[in-house]
Ligand binder design. Sequence first.
Ligand SMILES: Cc1cc2nc3c(=O)[nH]c(=O)nc-3n(C[C@H](O)[C@H](O)[C@H](O)COP(=O)(O)O)c2cc1C
Length: 343
Amino acid sequence: MSALFKKGKMGKLKLKNRIVMPPMCMYASCNSGLLKKFHHTHYCARALGGVGLIIVEATAIEPKGRISIHDLGLWQDAQIKKHKIMNKRCHEFGAKMAIQLAHAGRKSGVPTSTPLAPSAIAFSEESPYKMPKAATLKDIQAIKKLFLKAALRAKKANYDAIELHAAHGYLLCEFLSALSNKRKDKYGGSLENRCALIVEIAQSIKEKVKLPLIVRISAHEWMNTGWNLEDSIYLCQELEKVGVDAIHVSAGGNQNIPECMPVLEPLYQCDYAKEIKKNIEIPVIAVGLITTAAQGENLLNEQFCDYVAYGRELLRSPNFVFDAANKADKRELIHKSYMRAYI
Ligand SMILES: Cc1cc2nc3c(=O)[nH]c(=O)nc-3n(C[C@H](O)[C@H](O)[C@H](O)COP(=O)(O)O)c2cc1C
């Protein structure tokens, strides 16, 4: 029995296999944040290619929360329709669709706006980064509403699930780390306070949107001080308590210090996923230089995770899943039009 091809569930979300396409910014929109033909083709190709869960790239909840002016956005109702059309097509191929809702915080490279962050600490002195404005309590309330409204739009667009981007040094991740969050109010200081914003956003989405919710975190920021695995376990347990359905375990991105980067070797983040999985009941997605079906099978069988995300591998090979099905003797899962490629 192949572990990769076992059906799965994330809360109420039913998935045909354990293969996830993680969010990957294509920087192929324009200042409107609208989906382009490129996105339709790109995501439908992976749906046709048999991916169980596609998580659409970081999609901004407000224009100044974009990484670049080429990001997707879901900050206004006019942006819903194209997502709905794309989801209908992808659903026809049996993929489930999630969307990653994001705010770039101090890592925004939008030229016309001042980035927002927990504290006025720049990510880097180099362009496109700028000195951010420290969010006021009013700004934080506005951010919470923007995440909720974008999640409601995602529901209207027929997404099956939402992923909150709390990884890689973007706004929600910046709140988590004491190195980027020096606030003295209820959103800074203790670990509990630094986790409050993401937990409150997750709770409100679970209560008011009622869609399966995934949270993507950076399990470690690779500094001696700062956010670490133990903190992540605490956060994941708090997220589980408010009804979050799955945790997507990435790492890094909150510091611009190349010397602190680990060696990027195969499976380099998977131990974090394993430790987190030991401490929560909800499913865990592992990601990071996982490129073969055998690696995925191993990770699932060895209890590192419940789902395996293949990022760049799916950029290279949209039909990676068929290849994996062929190797697993699951030829019935290969789309009939592609069968001759596997004879
Ligand atoms: C082109 C590209 C764009 C990415 N954009 C995002 C993104 O929008 N959101 C996110 O959380 N991670 C993003 N990532 C990180 C991936 O989701 C993934 O975690 C990373 O590539 C490691 O997995 P891999 O080795 O399987 O590619 C991006 C990675 C790539 C290569």
